[in-house]
Ligand binder design. Sequence first.
Ligand code: SF4
Ligand code: SF4
Length: 334
Amino acid sequence: MEKQPAPAAETGPPRGLRARLHLTKARIIYWPFRTIVQLAFFVLFSGIGIVSLVPAFNGGRSYVVLPVVASVKSQATVTSTMDAITVLLENGLFPWLPVGIMLVVGAILGRFMCGWICPVGFLQDIITNVKGRVDAVENRAHEYWIRLKYVLVVIAFLLSGSLGLAVYYGVGTNYRSSLGPFADGLFVAIAPDGTLFGTLPVIFGGSWRYLTTPQPAGITGADISTWLGQISALTWLNIVILIGFIYAAWRIPRFWCRYVCPVGAIMAVTQKNSMLGMHRDPVKCSDCKECETACPMQVPILDLDWKKFNDSECILCMACIDACPAGAISPKFP
Ligand code: SF4
Ligand code: SF4
Protein backbone atom coordinates (compact mmCIF):
# COMPACT_ATOMS: atom_id res chain seq x y z
CA MET A 1 0.00 0.00 0.00
CA GLU A 2 1.22 3.43 -0.89
CA LYS A 3 2.33 5.47 2.09
CA GLN A 4 0.29 8.61 2.70
CA PRO A 5 2.38 11.78 3.05
CA ALA A 6 2.44 13.13 6.58
CA PRO A 7 0.31 16.26 7.05
CA ALA A 8 2.31 19.45 6.88
CA ALA A 9 3.31 20.57 10.33
CA GLU A 10 1.90 23.92 11.42
CA THR A 11 4.56 26.53 11.72
CA GLY A 12 4.84 28.89 14.66
CA PRO A 13 3.48 28.34 18.20
CA PRO A 14 0.59 25.91 18.81
CA ARG A 15 -2.99 27.22 18.47
CA GLY A 16 -3.77 27.71 22.16
CA LEU A 17 -0.52 29.59 22.70
CA ARG A 18 -1.18 31.64 19.58
CA ALA A 19 -4.57 32.68 20.91
CA ARG A 20 -2.94 33.73 24.20
CA LEU A 21 -0.24 35.63 22.35
CA HIS A 22 -2.90 37.50 20.38
CA LEU A 23 -4.53 38.49 23.65
CA THR A 24 -1.36 40.21 24.78
CA LYS A 25 -1.38 42.43 21.66
CA ALA A 26 -2.81 45.92 22.06
CA ARG A 27 -6.46 45.96 21.02
CA ILE A 28 -8.69 48.85 20.07
CA ILE A 29 -11.72 49.04 22.34
CA TYR A 30 -14.38 50.74 20.29
CA TRP A 31 -17.21 51.59 22.68
CA PRO A 32 -15.63 54.75 24.22
CA PHE A 33 -14.96 56.25 20.75
CA ARG A 34 -18.38 55.27 19.54
CA THR A 35 -20.08 56.79 22.58
CA ILE A 36 -18.24 60.11 22.11
CA VAL A 37 -19.17 60.23 18.41
CA GLN A 38 -22.79 59.32 19.12
CA LEU A 39 -23.01 61.93 21.88
CA ALA A 40 -21.57 64.66 19.65
CA PHE A 41 -24.10 63.93 16.90
CA PHE A 42 -26.91 63.66 19.42
CA VAL A 43 -26.18 67.25 20.55
CA LEU A 44 -26.00 68.35 16.93
CA PHE A 45 -29.35 66.78 16.16
CA SER A 46 -31.18 68.27 19.14
CA GLY A 47 -30.83 71.86 17.92
CA ILE A 48 -34.43 72.84 18.41
CA GLY A 49 -34.40 71.75 22.04
CA ILE A 50 -31.63 74.25 22.71
CA VAL A 51 -33.36 76.91 20.58
CA SER A 52 -36.64 76.46 22.44
CA LEU A 53 -35.17 76.64 25.92
CA VAL A 54 -32.48 79.27 25.26
CA PRO A 55 -33.98 81.73 22.74
CA ALA A 56 -30.70 83.65 22.53
CA PHE A 57 -29.08 80.63 20.92
CA ASN A 58 -29.11 81.12 17.17
CA GLY A 59 -29.43 77.61 15.81
CA GLY A 60 -29.40 78.08 12.05
CA ARG A 61 -30.69 75.23 9.91
CA SER A 62 -28.48 73.63 7.31
CA TYR A 63 -29.62 71.30 4.58
CA VAL A 64 -27.12 68.51 4.99
CA VAL A 65 -28.90 65.20 4.68
CA LEU A 66 -27.56 61.93 6.05
CA PRO A 67 -28.90 58.36 6.09
CA VAL A 68 -29.92 58.49 9.74
CA VAL A 69 -33.17 59.32 11.51
CA ALA A 70 -33.23 63.06 12.24
CA SER A 71 -36.60 64.65 11.66
CA VAL A 72 -37.28 67.51 9.31
CA LYS A 73 -39.74 68.63 12.03
CA SER A 74 -36.84 69.71 14.22
CA GLN A 75 -34.36 72.53 13.66
CA ALA A 76 -31.56 69.98 13.65
CA THR A 77 -28.43 70.80 11.71
CA VAL A 78 -28.77 67.57 9.75
CA THR A 79 -31.91 66.02 8.31
CA SER A 80 -32.72 62.41 7.51
CA THR A 81 -32.45 61.38 3.86
CA MET A 82 -35.83 59.67 4.24
CA ASP A 83 -37.55 62.87 5.37
CA ALA A 84 -35.83 64.80 2.58
CA ILE A 85 -37.07 62.24 0.02
CA THR A 86 -40.71 62.42 1.13
CA VAL A 87 -40.74 66.23 1.43
CA LEU A 88 -39.22 66.63 -2.05
CA LEU A 89 -41.76 64.17 -3.48
CA GLU A 90 -44.56 66.13 -1.80
CA ASN A 91 -43.39 69.11 -3.85
CA GLY A 92 -43.28 67.16 -7.10
CA LEU A 93 -39.47 67.02 -7.22
CA PHE A 94 -37.39 63.91 -7.74
CA PRO A 95 -35.13 63.41 -4.68
CA TRP A 96 -31.84 62.98 -6.56
CA LEU A 97 -29.63 64.27 -3.77
CA PRO A 98 -30.88 62.20 -0.80
CA VAL A 99 -31.16 59.06 -2.96
CA GLY A 100 -27.62 59.62 -4.25
CA ILE A 101 -26.28 60.18 -0.72
CA MET A 102 -27.89 56.95 0.47
CA LEU A 103 -26.43 54.96 -2.42
CA VAL A 104 -22.91 56.39 -2.10
CA VAL A 105 -22.75 56.16 1.70
CA GLY A 106 -24.30 52.69 1.58
CA ALA A 107 -21.86 51.42 -1.05
CA ILE A 108 -18.87 52.54 1.03
CA LEU A 109 -19.99 52.33 4.66
CA GLY A 110 -23.17 50.21 4.65
CA ARG A 111 -25.10 50.79 7.88
CA PHE A 112 -22.13 52.32 9.71
CA MET A 113 -24.10 55.51 10.37
CA CYS A 114 -26.77 53.47 12.17
CA GLY A 115 -24.14 52.24 14.59
CA TRP A 116 -22.19 55.47 15.07
CA ILE A 117 -24.16 58.57 14.06
CA CYS A 118 -27.93 58.13 14.29
CA PRO A 119 -29.41 59.83 17.38
CA VAL A 120 -32.33 57.41 17.51
CA GLY A 121 -29.91 54.50 17.49
CA PHE A 122 -27.94 56.19 20.28
CA LEU A 123 -31.09 56.62 22.40
CA GLN A 124 -31.82 52.92 22.11
CA ASP A 125 -28.21 52.07 23.01
CA ILE A 126 -28.53 54.22 26.16
CA ILE A 127 -31.72 52.38 27.11
CA THR A 128 -30.04 48.99 26.62
CA ASN A 129 -27.01 50.12 28.63
CA VAL A 130 -29.23 51.28 31.48
CA LYS A 131 -30.94 47.89 31.40
CA GLY A 132 -27.52 46.26 31.45
CA ARG A 133 -28.21 43.32 29.15
CA VAL A 134 -28.66 42.59 25.45
CA ASP A 135 -31.76 40.41 25.23
CA ALA A 136 -32.37 38.16 22.23
CA VAL A 137 -35.63 37.46 20.44
CA GLU A 138 -36.62 33.92 19.49
CA ASN A 139 -34.94 33.40 16.08
CA ARG A 140 -38.04 32.60 14.01
CA ALA A 141 -39.93 35.60 15.36
CA HIS A 142 -36.89 37.81 14.76
CA GLU A 143 -36.54 36.69 11.14
CA TYR A 144 -40.27 37.24 10.61
CA TRP A 145 -40.47 40.73 12.12
CA ILE A 146 -37.36 41.97 10.29
CA ARG A 147 -39.59 42.16 7.18
CA LEU A 148 -41.89 44.72 8.78
CA LYS A 149 -39.52 47.61 8.06
CA TYR A 150 -39.49 46.76 4.34
CA VAL A 151 -43.30 46.72 4.25
CA LEU A 152 -43.43 50.10 6.03
CA VAL A 153 -40.90 51.69 3.70
CA VAL A 154 -42.88 50.48 0.64
CA ILE A 155 -46.09 52.00 2.12
CA ALA A 156 -44.23 55.27 2.78
CA PHE A 157 -42.94 55.39 -0.80
CA LEU A 158 -46.35 54.51 -2.29
CA LEU A 159 -47.89 57.37 -0.32
CA SER A 160 -45.23 59.97 -1.13
CA GLY A 161 -44.54 58.68 -4.65
CA SER A 162 -48.21 58.88 -5.68
CA LEU A 163 -48.45 62.38 -4.21
CA GLY A 164 -45.23 63.38 -6.00
CA LEU A 165 -46.64 62.20 -9.36
CA ALA A 166 -49.95 63.96 -8.75
CA VAL A 167 -48.17 67.23 -7.88
CA TYR A 168 -45.81 66.88 -10.84
CA TYR A 169 -48.76 66.59 -13.21
CA GLY A 170 -50.51 69.52 -11.54
CA VAL A 171 -53.40 67.57 -9.98
CA GLY A 172 -52.08 67.12 -6.46
CA THR A 173 -53.66 69.96 -4.49
CA ASN A 174 -56.75 68.09 -3.29
CA TYR A 175 -54.80 64.87 -2.78
CA ARG A 176 -52.23 66.70 -0.67
CA SER A 177 -54.83 68.33 1.55
CA SER A 178 -56.71 65.03 1.94
CA LEU A 179 -53.50 63.44 3.27
CA GLY A 180 -53.22 66.15 5.95
CA PRO A 181 -50.05 65.77 8.06
CA PHE A 182 -49.17 62.58 6.18
CA ALA A 183 -48.50 64.61 3.03
CA ASP A 184 -44.99 65.32 4.36
CA GLY A 185 -44.39 61.58 4.57
CA LEU A 186 -45.58 58.72 6.76
CA PHE A 187 -42.50 58.83 8.97
CA VAL A 188 -42.33 62.62 9.17
CA ALA A 189 -45.82 62.44 10.69
CA ILE A 190 -45.34 59.64 13.19
CA ALA A 191 -41.65 58.83 13.83
CA PRO A 192 -40.50 59.31 17.44
CA ASP A 193 -37.51 61.48 16.51
CA GLY A 194 -39.85 64.21 15.22
CA THR A 195 -41.72 64.13 18.52
CA LEU A 196 -38.53 64.17 20.55
CA PHE A 197 -36.53 66.77 18.61
CA GLY A 198 -39.39 68.78 17.15
CA THR A 199 -42.79 68.62 18.78
CA LEU A 200 -41.95 68.22 22.47
CA PRO A 201 -39.23 70.93 22.60
CA VAL A 202 -41.68 73.36 20.95
CA ILE A 203 -44.42 72.49 23.46
CA PHE A 204 -42.15 72.56 26.51
CA GLY A 205 -40.13 75.55 25.28
CA GLY A 206 -43.32 77.59 24.76
CA SER A 207 -44.72 76.48 28.12
CA TRP A 208 -41.47 77.30 29.87
CA ARG A 209 -41.43 80.82 28.45
CA TYR A 210 -45.10 81.25 29.44
CA LEU A 211 -44.51 79.98 32.97
CA THR A 212 -41.45 82.17 33.51
CA THR A 213 -43.22 85.33 32.23
CA PRO A 214 -45.19 87.06 35.04
CA GLN A 215 -48.96 86.80 34.28
CA PRO A 216 -51.25 89.57 35.60
CA ALA A 217 -53.82 87.08 36.93
CA GLY A 218 -51.39 84.22 37.60
CA ILE A 219 -51.84 80.85 35.90
CA THR A 220 -55.43 79.69 36.10
CA GLY A 221 -57.11 76.33 35.48
CA ALA A 222 -58.59 77.82 32.30
CA ASP A 223 -55.07 78.56 31.04
CA ILE A 224 -54.07 74.96 31.56
CA SER A 225 -57.16 73.55 29.85
CA THR A 226 -56.63 75.95 26.91
CA TRP A 227 -53.04 74.78 26.72
CA LEU A 228 -54.08 71.12 26.73
CA GLY A 229 -56.81 71.82 24.15
CA GLN A 230 -54.21 73.18 21.75
CA ILE A 231 -52.38 69.86 21.64
CA SER A 232 -53.64 68.06 18.53
CA ALA A 233 -54.76 64.44 18.24
CA LEU A 234 -51.71 63.75 16.08
CA THR A 235 -49.42 65.09 18.82
CA TRP A 236 -51.06 62.77 21.36
CA LEU A 237 -50.56 59.90 18.89
CA ASN A 238 -46.90 60.95 18.53
CA ILE A 239 -46.49 60.90 22.31
CA VAL A 240 -48.01 57.41 22.52
CA ILE A 241 -45.66 56.21 19.74
CA LEU A 242 -42.69 57.76 21.55
CA ILE A 243 -43.62 55.95 24.78
CA GLY A 244 -44.05 52.72 22.78
CA PHE A 245 -40.63 53.28 21.18
CA ILE A 246 -38.97 53.63 24.60
CA TYR A 247 -40.76 50.58 26.00
CA ALA A 248 -39.88 48.48 22.92
CA ALA A 249 -36.22 49.55 23.16
CA TRP A 250 -36.23 48.47 26.80
CA ARG A 251 -37.59 45.04 25.92
CA ILE A 252 -35.57 44.45 22.73
CA PRO A 253 -32.25 46.14 21.89
CA ARG A 254 -32.56 48.46 18.88
CA PHE A 255 -36.20 47.40 18.33
CA TRP A 256 -36.83 50.41 16.05
CA CYS A 257 -33.71 49.73 13.96
CA ARG A 258 -34.43 46.02 13.61
CA TYR A 259 -38.12 46.10 12.73
CA VAL A 260 -39.41 49.59 11.91
CA CYS A 261 -36.87 52.12 10.62
CA PRO A 262 -37.26 53.10 6.95
CA VAL A 263 -33.67 54.37 6.72
CA GLY A 264 -32.48 51.11 8.27
CA ALA A 265 -34.49 49.18 5.67
CA ILE A 266 -32.92 51.02 2.74
CA MET A 267 -29.41 50.93 4.18
CA ALA A 268 -29.82 47.20 4.95
CA VAL A 269 -29.99 46.60 1.20
CA THR A 270 -26.78 48.55 0.58
CA GLN A 271 -25.09 46.94 3.60
CA LYS A 272 -25.13 43.56 1.80
CA ASN A 273 -22.54 44.79 -0.69
CA SER A 274 -20.80 47.61 1.11
CA MET A 275 -17.03 48.00 1.12
CA LEU A 276 -16.92 48.12 4.92
CA GLY A 277 -17.72 44.80 6.52
CA MET A 278 -16.53 42.54 9.31
CA HIS A 279 -14.02 39.71 9.43
CA ARG A 280 -13.76 36.77 11.86
CA ASP A 281 -10.45 34.98 12.16
CA PRO A 282 -11.34 31.26 12.40
CA VAL A 283 -7.95 30.43 13.93
CA LYS A 284 -8.40 32.73 16.90
CA CYS A 285 -12.17 32.11 17.23
CA SER A 286 -13.11 29.49 19.84
CA ASP A 287 -16.88 29.51 18.98
CA CYS A 288 -17.67 30.88 22.45
CA LYS A 289 -20.52 33.02 20.97
CA GLU A 290 -19.67 36.03 23.14
CA CYS A 291 -19.86 38.17 19.99
CA GLU A 292 -23.36 36.98 19.16
CA THR A 293 -24.50 37.54 22.73
CA ALA A 294 -23.25 41.14 22.63
CA CYS A 295 -24.68 41.96 19.20
CA PRO A 296 -27.63 44.38 19.54
CA MET A 297 -28.94 43.38 16.10
CA GLN A 298 -28.88 39.63 16.72
CA VAL A 299 -26.59 38.92 13.77
CA PRO A 300 -25.72 35.17 13.56
CA ILE A 301 -22.00 35.96 13.28
CA LEU A 302 -20.73 32.38 13.53
CA ASP A 303 -22.98 31.26 10.65
CA LEU A 304 -21.64 33.90 8.27
CA ASP A 305 -18.66 33.83 5.93
CA TRP A 306 -15.63 34.43 8.15
CA LYS A 307 -13.59 36.08 5.42
CA LYS A 308 -15.97 39.03 5.25
CA PHE A 309 -19.51 39.29 6.50
CA ASN A 310 -21.96 41.98 5.46
CA ASP A 311 -25.19 40.90 7.08
CA SER A 312 -28.04 43.27 6.22
CA GLU A 313 -28.80 43.72 9.91
CA CYS A 314 -25.20 44.53 10.90
CA ILE A 315 -24.86 48.19 11.88
CA LEU A 316 -21.05 48.00 12.16
CA CYS A 317 -21.21 49.06 15.80
CA MET A 318 -18.13 46.94 16.63
CA ALA A 319 -19.71 45.64 19.85
CA CYS A 320 -18.76 42.11 18.76
CA ILE A 321 -15.09 43.16 18.50
CA ASP A 322 -15.13 44.51 22.05
CA ALA A 323 -16.88 41.36 23.32
CA CYS A 324 -14.62 38.79 21.67
CA PRO A 325 -12.15 37.46 24.28
CA ALA A 326 -9.83 36.13 21.58
CA GLY A 327 -9.69 39.31 19.49
CA ALA A 328 -10.91 37.30 16.51
CA ILE A 329 -13.18 39.93 14.95
CA SER A 330 -12.09 43.04 13.09
CA PRO A 331 -13.48 45.51 10.57
CA LYS A 332 -12.69 44.72 6.94
CA PHE A 333 -12.35 47.35 4.24
CA PRO A 334 -12.89 46.86 1.38
S1 SF4 B 1 -31.88 51.78 11.69
FE1 SF4 B 1 -31.64 52.74 13.68
S2 SF4 B 1 -29.67 53.64 13.61
FE2 SF4 B 1 -30.23 53.23 11.49
S3 SF4 B 1 -31.20 55.14 10.78
FE3 SF4 B 1 -32.80 53.86 11.60
S4 SF4 B 1 -33.02 54.51 13.72
FE4 SF4 B 1 -31.10 55.25 12.99
S1 SF4 C 1 -22.22 41.86 13.98
FE1 SF4 C 1 -20.89 43.09 15.31
S2 SF4 C 1 -20.67 45.04 14.24
FE2 SF4 C 1 -22.47 44.00 13.38
S3 SF4 C 1 -24.20 44.73 14.56
FE3 SF4 C 1 -23.53 42.85 15.54
S4 SF4 C 1 -22.10 43.53 17.13
FE4 SF4 C 1 -22.38 45.26 15.73
